[in-house]
Design a protein around this ligand. Structure first.
Ligand SMILES: NC(=O)c1ccc[n+]([C@@H]2O[C@H](COP(=O)([O-])OP(=O)(O)OC[C@H]3O[C@@H](n4cnc5c(N)ncnc54)[C@H](O)[C@@H]3O)[C@@H](O)[C@H]2O)c1
Length: 431
């Protein structure tokens, strides 16, 4: 009988991906595209139903590609965990959000583990990909697996390998982004490296699951802190009467030791606002305060209110108040050219303006509607821009015609410098 490594090398290994969202679906398709037989498991019946029909709900996965994998049996989506009984390698890509109290909500990882355990067969490679605090793989996966009778390095091989996918990124995707892998034992690392190196050209092995968990948190904490810094620089520039965008452009001319980050209405998505808080929470349990993380979070979280302040001031300059003004928000997604609304700062700007009595509308070709308390809010078209008292650019989608918007809008608050090429700036206020 072939060993697991031989099965991986020959691509005869049967791979399962648990959690088919922004991370898991592209990963499952990446394995399928390299010749593996892949089972995809998700709890959501509606997602699995659309996948079975070859219909993708993830912007980076084309329906025609997905359909070809489903039709030729390379990718089988299901809600049934018993499909794991003949699987050799499992990658877990379930959500890791924050609870309402701001603490890590690890329940998705625990549930996934508990659904998998009864069907886990001996000799399986088990990889956690969800972003989480250092020590999670050991605490939440390895110890319970051992308790259930699996001997580490013999009956089960466990590794952590963080996902780095950047949804909507036209250059980097699952298949061409280097992947960090840290196993619980050298043999676990070796098997996980074998699996991922069979689909991704560059693998970066580290000595432990904890080093791999921490590497991912360093990456996203670095982003959160630098965005926090540039958001505060934007506020400072406003006080000083300096154009922050000009300053960033000038500083970016330094060919070494500087990397530009850009201010905006706040941070969103399932990673940057959340992941660093997994780390600071873990450190709190060890009686250490992660000051940089908390400060960046304070600054970034306050940006939606800062933007609402700018909108109020801009309207004031037109002898209007937020209350009763007709305001159009352009872009609800948390970043450009994607359909992800999770943790989007636009939602907070929307909420604050509604609370203040604005006559509020939004336009976003990627977000048809969203839920606000008990209401379903549906987007409007972008024609007739001139009827609004103020147009607020919250997301700089590439498809917006900024020139046309600038021509017809009475007043624009641009939080992304999307209007940078517009010559007549008399109606434009920037961050
Ligand atoms: N979205 C990103 O850009 C990104 C990038 C890198 C890393 N990550 C990390 O990857 C992980 C997944 O994020 P995502 O954006 O793909 O989330 P997502 O919400 O898009 O997808 C997660 C999927 O898991 C399913 N699920 C939940 N519990 C399950 C269970 N017990 N069994 C099977 N399926 C289950 C959900 O139905 C959902 O379809 C998170 O830890 C996140 O931090 C996300």
């Amino acid at each position: 009988m072939k060993s697991l490594k031989e099965k991986i090398v020959s691509r005869e290994a049967h791979v399962a991906v648990v959690g088919l969202g922004y991370v898991g679906l592209p990963l499952a398709c990446a394995f399928a595209s390299k010749g593996y037989k892949v089972t995809g498991i998700d709890l959501s019946e509606s997602k699995v139903e659309s996948l079975k029909k070859g219909e993708s709900y993830i912007i980076d996965v084309k329906s025609e590609t997905l359909k070809s994998f489903v039709d030729d049996g390379r990718f089988t989506p299901t809600t049934d965990f018993s499909a794991l009984s003949d699987v050799d390698c499992i990658s877990i890509c379930v959500p890791t959000p924050l609870a309402k109290t701001g603490e890590p909500d690890v329940s998705y990882m625990i549930n996934a583990r508990d659904y998998i355990l009864p069907h886990l067969r001996k000799g399986t490679l088990f990889v956690l990909e969800s972003t989480t605090y250092p020590g999670s793989t050991k605490e939440l996966m390895i110890k319970p697996l051992q308790k259930a009778g699996f001997e580490l390095g013999k009956d089960v091989f466990v590794a952590f390998s963080p996902e780095r996918v950047d949804p909507g990124n036209p250059k980097y995707n699952t298949l061409n982004t280097p992947k960090v892998v840290g196993g619980a034992t050298p043999e676990c690392t070796e098997l996980a490296v074998a699996l991922y190196s069979s689909i991704i050209p560059m693998i970066v092995p580290v000595s432990s699951c904890e080093a791999a968990e921490m590497a991912k948190l360093l990456e996203n904490t670095f982003r959160s802190i630098n965005i926090g810094l540039v958001n505060e620089i934007a506020i400072m520039c406003k006080y000083l009467g300096i154009d922050v965008w000009e300053v960033i452009k000038a500083a970016s001319s330094k060919p070494f030791g500087f990397m530009p980050f850009y201010p905006g209405p706040g941070i969103g998505g399932h990673c940057i606002p959340i992941d660093p808080l997994y780390l600071s929470w873990k450190l709190r349990t060890l009686h250490y305060k992660a000051r940089f993380i908390e400060l960046a979070d304070d600054i970034n979280s306050a940006m939606p209110d800062y933007v609402v302040g700018l909108i109020g001031e801009a309207l004031n300059g037109h002898e209007k108040s937020i209350k009763g003004s007709k305001i159009l928000l352009l872009g609800m997604a948390y970043k450009k050219d994607i359909d992800d609304l999770r943790e989007s700062p636009s939602l907070l700007v929307y909420d604050r303006l509604r609370q203040k009595g604005a006559d509020l509308y939004y336009h976003d070709p990627f977000i048809k509607s969203f839920r606000y308390n008990d209401e379903v809010i549906t987007g409007v078209g972008n024609e007739d821009i001139g009827k609004y008292d103020c147009v607020v650019v919250l997301t700089n989608h590439s498809c917006f015609d900024y020139e046309a918007i600038a021509k017809s809008a009475k007043l624009i608050v641009d939080t992304r410098n999307a209007m940078k090429d517009i010559a007549d700036r008399s109606n434009i206020v920037t961050l």
